[in-house]
Design a protein around this ligand. Structure first.
Ligand code: ATP
Ligand code: MG
Length: 552
C-alpha cells in the first residue's frame, strides 16, 4: 500500500521533475510550526511528509519556528515541538526562528517602499474592511496610498521606534485593490504590537504578517519546496509576489496539500488549547488528546503514526479519515512486539473451594500467543483468584458461555472451574463466587475428557499487584465536529475516561517502565502512564482494545 501512495504523491512528482530538469541540484524542505501550542496528529502528517521527501531525495529539512506573533507564542511550546519532532524519528538539519530574520524583513519592507510597492496606511480596521470590497465588488484605494517614499520610510521607522499606538498604523503592500484575489488587495505586511516576544523580548514593536514573513523565511533558508495546507492556495500569488519584489535570490515554490481531518477529533491548536484552558482535559498530553504528546502518553508508537500517515497519503482534496485507522496501525505494530499478560480491570473474587488451602502452584505460560521466541514466565495459581465482573452472570442470556451458576469454563492456562455458589452481601451485591476445579483438566496435560465453550482470564489473589486502568472513548462525540453549526465544546463525550482499580499478575509486569506496552489478554493494548505511575502504583492507559470491526 505504501508504495502505491508514494508513487501517486503529486508533490514527489514535482520534485522528481525539478531534479531531472536541473532546476534544483538537491531539495530543501522545512516544517514551520508556530510555537503557539502543542503539535497534533495533523502536524505529524506534515512533518513526516517534509522529512520523508528530503530523506528520499537526499535533501535537507529545517525545523523553523514561525514565531512572528508575540502574543500567543511561548518557549514551553518550542520545547514540546522539538521533543515531538524528534520522537517521530525526524532529525532536522538546521533549527531556525523566524524572529531571527526580523532585521532582514524590515530591510525588505524598506525596499518595497523605495520601489513604490508599500505604504503606511492610517485607516482603522473597520475602514479597511470597507475599502477592501468583496468577492463581487472591487475595493477602493486607501487615501494614504499615494504617500511619498520619504514619508513612508519615515513613518515606518517611527512605527518601529514605538511612536505610535497598536493598531493606529500598518504597512501595506501596494498591489491591486481591484484584483479578483482578495489577498492581493494591498495586504497588510507589518503591524504595530507593543508586546514582549519570547525570543526578541521588547526589541521590536512592529511585527511582520504571515503572508509577508513566510515567503521571506523560505527564501532566506533556500527552501526549494514549501509545502503547506490547501487554505493557502489563494495566498500563493502573494507569496510569489513577495519573493519577486523583495528581490530574493532563492525562489521557493509553494505547494499545497490537503490537511488531515479525523473523525471524533478536533484538529486545531486553538481548539485544543481551549480544551486545556477550560480543564476539559488534564493538559496538552492528556491521553485523549490528538496531540503528539497525548498520543505518546496514551501509548501510540512513532511507527504506528508513521504507517498511518503513509497509508492516508497526500492529496489535493480535503477529506476526513476514520480515527480507527490509526488504531489499526497501532495494533499492527504492537501485535508482534508486546508481551501478553493477564490483568483484570474490573475484578470480582472467585474461591475454588476444593483447591488446597495455602497452596500456590506456578503455571508456565508463553509471553506471546504466536511467538515462542518471546519466552515463558511462571504465573501463580491458588484457591483465590480474581476474574472480570463481566465474565460472570447470575442469570445469563442464551449463548452466554462464560461463568454462571452450574456452568464450567476454562481458566486460561490453568484448569476448568465450575460455579457452585454465589455469595452476596447484605445489600444483595455479589461478594464472591464459589467454584470447584477439576485437577484432571490442567492446561497442557492433554486432557480430552470434555470440552467447555468459554475461556476466561484471571489473576491469583494473594500475589496480584493492584493497579489502575484508564480506559478511553473518543473525546468528541460527533463524527465531524468541525462542521458548521455545532460547537465542539457541546460535543464532549461525558464518558471519555473511565478509571478502574484492578490487578495484574506479578511476573508479567516485572521491569515495566513508563510508556512500556503490553497486551492484556482479552482486554487490549496498554501502556504504562508516564505521569501518574509512582513507585507504589502502576497506572495503565488502554491504548486500544485488541479487536475492532474496522477494516482497511
Ligand atoms: P492549527 O490550526 O492547528 O494551529 P496551523 O496550520 O496553524 O494549525 P502551524 O503551526 O502554522 O499550525 O502549522 C505548521 C505546519 O503544519 C504547517 O505547514 C501546516 O500547514 C501544517 N499543518 C497544520 N495542521 C495540519 C493538518 N491538520 N494536516 C496537515 N498539515 C497540517
Ligand atoms: Mg497557524
Amino acid at each position: 500500500m505504501s508504495n502505491e501512495n508514494i508513487s501517486s504523491n503529486f508533490i514527489r512528482n514535482i520534485i522528481v521533475e525539478d531534479l531531472e530538469t536541473g532546476k534544483h541540484d538537491s531539495i530543501i524542505t522545512r516544517f514551520p510550526p508556530e510555537p503557539n501550542g502543542y503539535l497534533h496528529i495533523g502536524h505529524a502528517k506534515s512533518i513526516l511528509l517534509n522529512f520523508g521527501l528530503s530523506k528520499e531525495f537526499q535533501g535537507r529539512t529545517n525545523l523553523r519556528f514561525d514565531d512572528t506573533n508575540p502574543l500567543k507564542e511561548d518557549t514551553e511550546y518550542v520545547k514540546s515541538i522539538e521533543e515531538d519532532v524528534k520522537w517521530l524519528g525526524c532529525n532536522w538539519n538546521e533549527l531556525h526562528f523566524a524572529s531571527n530574520y526580523f532585521e532582514t524583513m524590515y530591510e525588505k519592507a524598506q525596499l518595497l517602499i523605495k520601489k513604490g510597492l508599500a505604504y503606511v496606511c492610517d485607516l482603522s480596521p473597520e475602514e479597511m474592511k470597507e475599502y477592501r470590497g468583496t468577492l463581487t465588488e472591487p475595493g477602493k484605494n486607501s487615501p494614504y496610498r499615494d504617500r511619498s517614499v520619504e514619508e513612508n520610510l519615515d513613518l515606518l521607522e517611527r512605527m518601529k521606534n514605538g511612536e505610535f499606538e497598536d493598531g493606529s498604523k500598518v504597512l501595506r503592500a501596494k498591489i491591486d485593490m481591484s484584483s479578483p484575489n482578495l489577498n492581493m488587495r494591498d495586504p497588510i505586511i507589518y503591524r504595530i504590537s507593543h508586546s514582549v516576544h519570547h525570543n526578541t523580548g521588547d526589541k521590536w514593536c512592529i511585527y511582520p504578517m504571515y503572508d509577508f514573513a513566510h515567503p521571506l523565511e523560505d527564501a532566506i533558508e533556500n527552501i526549494t519546496h514549501s509545502i503547506c495546507t490547501l487554505e493557502f492556495e489563494d495566498h500563493r500569488p502573494l507569496y510569489d509576489w513577495v519573493v519577486k519584489e523583495c528581490e530574493m535570490e532563492s525562489v521557493p515554490r509553494q505547494i499545497e496539500f490537503a490537511r488531515l481531518n479525523m473523525t471524533n477529533t478536533v484538529m486545531s491548536k486553538r481548539k485544543l488549547k481551549q480544551l486545556v484552558d477550560e480543564a476539559v482535559v488534564d493538559g496538552w498530553d492528556d491521553p485523549r488528546m490528538p496531540t503528539i504528546s497525548g498520543l505518546r502518553r496514551r501509548g501510540y508508537t512513532p511507527e504506528s503514526i508513521r504507517n498511518f500517515c503513509t497509508a492516508i497519503g497526500v492529496a489535493k482534496n480535503n477529506s476526513t479519515v476514520d480515527s480507527q485507522m490509526l488504531d489499526y496501525f497501532l495494533r499492527e505494530d504492537l501485535q508482534p512486539k508486546a508481551h501478553a499478560i493477564m490483568g483484570v480491570t474490573n475484578p470480582i473474587k472467585v474461591v475454588i473451594t476444593n483447591y488446597p488451602e495455602g497452596q500456590v502452584e506456578m503455571l508456565e505460560m508463553s509471553n506471546h500467543p504466536k511467538d515462542e521466541t518471546m519466552g515463558k514466565r511462571m504465573v501463580p495459581f491458588s484457591r483465590e483468584i480474581y476474574i472480570e465482573k463481566d465474565d460472570f452472570m447470575e442469570n445469563p442470556p442464551k449463548k452466554y458461555f462464560r461463568l454462571f451458576p452450574g456452568n464450567e469454563v476454562r481458566l486460561r492456562g490453568a484448569y476448568f472451574v465450575k460455579c457452585t455458589e454465589v455469595i452476596k452481601d447484605e445489600n444483595g451485591e455479589i461478594k464472591e463466587i464459589h467454584c470447584t476445579y477439576d485437577p484432571e483438566t490442567k492446561s497442557g496435560s492433554g486432557f480430552t475428557g470434555r470440552k467447555v465453550k468459554g475461556t476466561i482470564h484471571w489473576v491469583e489473589a494473594s500475589t496480584a499487584v493492584s493497579c489502575e486502568f484508564r480506559l478511553f472513548e473518543p473525546l468528541i462525540l460527533d463524527d465531524e465536529p468541525e462542521n458548521e453549526g455545532k460547537h465542539f465544546l457541546e460535543q464532549i463525550n461525558p464518558n471519555s475516561l473511565e478509571v478502574l482499580e484492578g490487578f495484574v499478575e506479578p511476573e508479567g509486569i516485572k521491569g515495566l517502565e513508563p510508556l512500556d506496552k503490553v497486551q492484556m489478554v482479552r482486554n487490549g493494548f496498554f501502556s504504562v502512564d508516564n505521569k501518574l505511575t509512582t513507585s507504589d502504583k502502576l497506572v495503565f492507559n488502554r491504548i486500544v482494545p485488541l479487536k475492532s470491526s474496522f477494516k482497511l
